[in-house]
Design a protein around this ligand. Structure first.
Ligand code: NI
Length: 438
């Protein structure tokens, strides 16, 4: 070696420094390409594994679809989920949050970051109106919100990742949540420690207005906060022919409803939406008797936490002003439900890039608008950052794709593989990123 060096022409230390730098650059490029190659091959493996599982996953989804269970009663579904997770080698815990199930994939990494993947399992009290051969066998209960698909995507992701656990580079906890439709399941699971040591959470919800094969991501607000409202108005009964001798609770209730709707358009920032819907009125005894008491029941939706915080006082002031004007007594009961789902920027970027690499950018939509629906995924986001994506399940060839919660709601099952690959690859990318930062 020394002999060889001695044959080199004399050079300044500057020349050697340049050669060393060039060598370093080549090394970085080589390793970078190798790392990129590894990630590429993991994507190919995830896609191959998912494709092989496709017939089994369709079978699983159809089984869950034909055996729907209501919120908090997901006993058969939970047992089924636990069975699939165990046979895939995951560490399984049942009865978490009453009827929830946790499956944990340990991997071999020293990286302490733990990713949670949350899917929900409950169905709705709806009589199925499809003619599918695997339609609901439970009278008056239907998977009309796609939670059968979510559970299948969760199981498929667990099955795929369990086969690459050695190279995953991190730990993944699968949360199969009960009772999302009554906005309770997330709280139940967290009370039982489902989020202990979790550093981030990903979720998925089907979306019939996006075609199967595509997904939607959204930065920031995805769904609204949903609060419950009860207003009691107490007047004085009297003869229908002599209103001046009574305090008409029905008429005052109508004034309260009108005042609230008008005040929204004049006193709420129109760029920070508030939707207040009174869905039920109870009151009155007979056509010719003035009602002494009315109960109004409604829902209040909002997107911004600051807007939401002032709504109870804002409503109470309007009710008080109207009732005081006409001499009625009142009571306002405002119960905070679930907050708005606020998707984390970095994790949404992770989902978007995973989907764009797995498919193509024209199959990934950045959704321009949030929904004013509610989703208790937001409860997890009170503790850790997370992001939920929309999985397109619409049939491209159909003019009408029935909406969520409709008795004829159907999904194009090819979406299941899109969901599994997107979720599994996003989980892999998350673990890899954590490992690099470890
Ligand atoms: Ni849902």
């Amino acid at each position: 070696m020394e002999e060889y060096l001695s044959l080199l022409p004399p050079a300044s230390s500057l020349t050697y420094a340049c050669i060393a730098k060039a060598f370093c650059l080549l090394t970085v490029l080589y390793h970078g390409k190798k790392a990129y190659g590894l990630i590429e091959s993991m994507l190919t493996r995830i896609k191959d594994l998912a494709a092989k599982l496709a017939p089994r996953l369709i079978e699983i989804r159809r089984h869950i679809h034909s055996h729907p269970e209501l919120s908090g009663q997901e006993y058969q579904t939970a047992a089924f989920v636990a069975g699939v997770l165990s046979s895939s080698g995951l560490h399984v815990q049942e009865g978490v949050g009453k009827t929830g199930v946790i499956g944990e994939l340990q991997g071999t990494s020293q990286n302490e970051r733990l990713l949670a993947i949350r899917t929900d399992m409950d169905a709705l009290p709806i009589q199925e109106g499809t003619n599918l051969e695997y339609a609901s066998r439970a009278e008056g209960i239907m998977h009309a919100c796609g939670h059968d698909v979510h559970t299948t995507v969760g199981l498929g992701t667990a099955m795929v990742l369990s086969q690459v656990a050695e190279e995953l580079g991190g730990k993944v906890r699968f949360l199969f949540q009960p009772a999302e439709e009554i906005a309770q399941g997330a709280s139940w699971m967290m009370k039982d420690g489902a989020m202990e040591n979790v550093s981030a959470v990903l979720g998925v919800h089907v979306f019939p207005s996006i075609p199967a094969g595509s997904i939607g991501v959204r930065y920031g607000a995805l769904t609204a906060a949903a609060d419950d409202l009860e207003i009691l108005i107490m007047g004085e009964s009297g003869h229908g022919a002599r209103p001046h001798e009574a305090i008409d609770a029905i008429w005052i209730a109508s004034q309260v409803i009108t005042a609230m709707q008008q005040a929204i358009s004049r006193t709420q920032n129109p760029l920070r939406p508030v939707v207040l819907s009174i869905g039920k009125i109870n009151g009155g005894r007979a056509p010719n008797v003035i009602a002494d008491k009315v109960q109004l029941l409604g829902t209040v939706r909002s997107l911004h936490p600051e807007t939401r915080a002032h709504l109870p006082n804002w409503i109470e002031n309007i009710v008080a002003n109207v009732c005081n004007t006409y001499g009625a007594k009142y009571q306002v009961n405002y119960r905070q439900g679930v907050p708005s789902v606020q998707n984390d920027y970095v994790l949404t970027q992770l989902l978007q890039s995973a989907a764009e690499e797995a498919w193509s950018s024209d199959r990934v939509q950045v959704l321009p608008e949030p929904s004013l629906g509610a989703e208790d995924f937001s409860m997890y986001l009170e503790h850790v950052p997370g992001s939920m994506f929309r999985l397109g399940v619409g049939y491209k060839e159909r003019i009408i794709n029935y909406p969520l919660h409709h008795p004829q709601f159907e999904v194009d099952e090819s979406a299941i593989i899109t969901g599994v690959v997107t979720m599994a690859y996003a989980a892999y990318k998350y673990c890899q990123q954590c490992q690099q930062n470890f």
